[in-house]
Design a protein around this ligand. Structure first.
Ligand code: HEM
Length: 395
């Protein structure tokens, strides 16, 4: 009997991994209630991310949003675009993510981690999300864009509200908050861009303004590109840090191995991304008719790609349910997608994770959950609102 799944069902929100495990074993190409198909195998998800037979479902993502600033964001958000618009945006922002520029952020990230840890050390317990996992990426993205951190709260709340609106299970109230967030961020960043024009620097906003004509990005498009970076770059990284620390707390032998050898942090970040990715699923659409694993998929069909399932496919990863910080192919995880929409900030996010886990392993002697954490309840974005921890710090 064919299994059919409803992507908005509670299983996807609260306990998706057992469902993905079953589908990987029994039916890796699965019809979706209401039309569409879910792909789970690593080879199928990797293929769909890179194939020209598959594209972004731009109209679907724009039309789901209520008319207003949040829908304007949908129209101007490079993640939902296809070429040629996507190429225009991508070429405009990519120089800011060169190897040289990312490496140049190392010192800043180290200093920020040390400052946050020094502050956490004054208490023996606290919420890891509030105290570390949230402020680190926000500070880094503000530095990258060249925007002052005084407005950190507004930026954080506005982009968190917009991210919640991107969920396929967003409620009408969440759409209202997402629209208010889009308006607040657009107004604020439009002001910053207007002012930056008169004192261009080395930051990403200045780069976009300087290259405005080359890349044919309008002023509004520059502001939307900055908002996309804010949203794409911070909560995802927060969840890499939060989900990673929780994995260590739940696997004390892995934490002990990392403490004994902080150089493991580089591979540990890949394993955290594989084991519990910040984004569980992505959406695409068939650009033409094709067949996958004997199932015909017609042009226009909505395709849901499970990154979380692909990362635990036993055909690709040995003992996929085991957290193994020394796993040799951990970097084959698909958590940053692949192909045309490969995460623009993947090197920066990896660097933030590597520095953070190295610093935490060097300075913590023990860490435990102080209370049960409160998980996000989305289908796409996975992480925690709070992670109350009890710490023992090295002298
Ligand atoms: C652990 C942290 C991160 C994860 C897991 C992550 C994941 C992803 C994924 C899966 C996509 C592709 C979405 C799709 O195709 O549907 C993406 C795109 C993107 N990400 Fe990230 N991301 C992270 C951090 C960052 C950071 C730090 C930045 C920037 C500062 C960033 C900027 C972007 C941008 C601009 C795109 C759009 C790329 C395009 O459409 O061409 N991300 N990210």
């Amino acid at each position: 009997m064919t299994i059919t799944v409803d992507p908005t069902a509670p299983a996807f929100r609260y306990d998706a991994l057992p469902l993905f495990d079953r589908l990987l074993r029994e039916q890796p190409v699965t019809p979706l209630v209401g039309g569409g198909v879910l792909l789970c195998r690593h080879q199928d998800v990797a293929w769909a991310l890179t194939s020209h037979d598959v594209r972004r479902p731009t109209e679907w993502s724009v039309n789901r949003k209520p008319e207003g600033p949040f829908r304007d964001f949908g129209r101007n958000n490079m993640i939902s675009m296809n070429p040629p618009d996507h190429t225009r945006f991508r070429q405009a922002i990519m120089p800011a993510f060169s190897r040289k520029r990312t490496d140049a952020m190392t010192r800043f990230i180290e200093t920020t981690c040390d400052r946050l840890i020094d502050d956490m050390r004054t208490r023996s317990s606290g919420d890891f999300i509030r105290d570390f996992a949230m402020p680190l990426p926000v500070t880094v993205i503000c530095e990258l864009l060249g925007i002052p951190t005084e407005e950190e709260d507004m930026l954080r709340i506005g982009s968190a509200d917009m991210l919640a609106g991107l969920e396929i299970v967003a409620s009408p109230e969440e759409f209202v908050r997402a629209s208010a967030g889009a308006r607040a961020l657009f107004d604020y960043l439009s002001g910053v861009v207007r002012e930056r024009e008169h004192r261009l620097g080395d930051d990403l906003l200045s780069l976009l303004i300087r290259n405005e004509r080359d890349h044919r990005l309008s002023r509004d498009e520059i502001v939307w590109a900055a908002i996309t970076l804010l949203i794409a770059g911070h909560e995802t990284t927060t969840h890499l840090l939060g989900n990673g620390l929780l994995a260590l707390v739940r696997h004390p032998e892995a934490f002990a191995a990392l403490r004994a050898n902080p150089d493991l942090a580089t591979n540990a970040v890949e394993e955290f991304l594989r084991y519990d990715p910040p984004l569980y699923v992505l959406f695409r659409q068939a650009a033409r008719d094709f067949e996958i694993d004997g199932t015909g998929v017609a042009e226009g069909t909505l395709i849901m790609l499970s990154i979380a399932a692909a990362n635990r496919d036993p055909r690709h990863f040995d003992e996929p349910d085991r957290l193994d910080l020394t796993r040799t192919n951990a970097r084959d995880n698909l958590s940053f997608a692949a192909g045309r929409h490969l995460c623009a900030g993947h090197a920066l996010a990896r660097l933030e994770g590597q520095v953070a886990f190295r610093r935490l392993a060097e300075r913590l002697t023990d860490v435990r959950l102080a209370e049960e954490p409160s998980p996000r309840e989305g289908v796409m974005f996975k992480g925690y609102h709070t992670l109350p921890m009890a710490y023992c710090w090295a002298d």
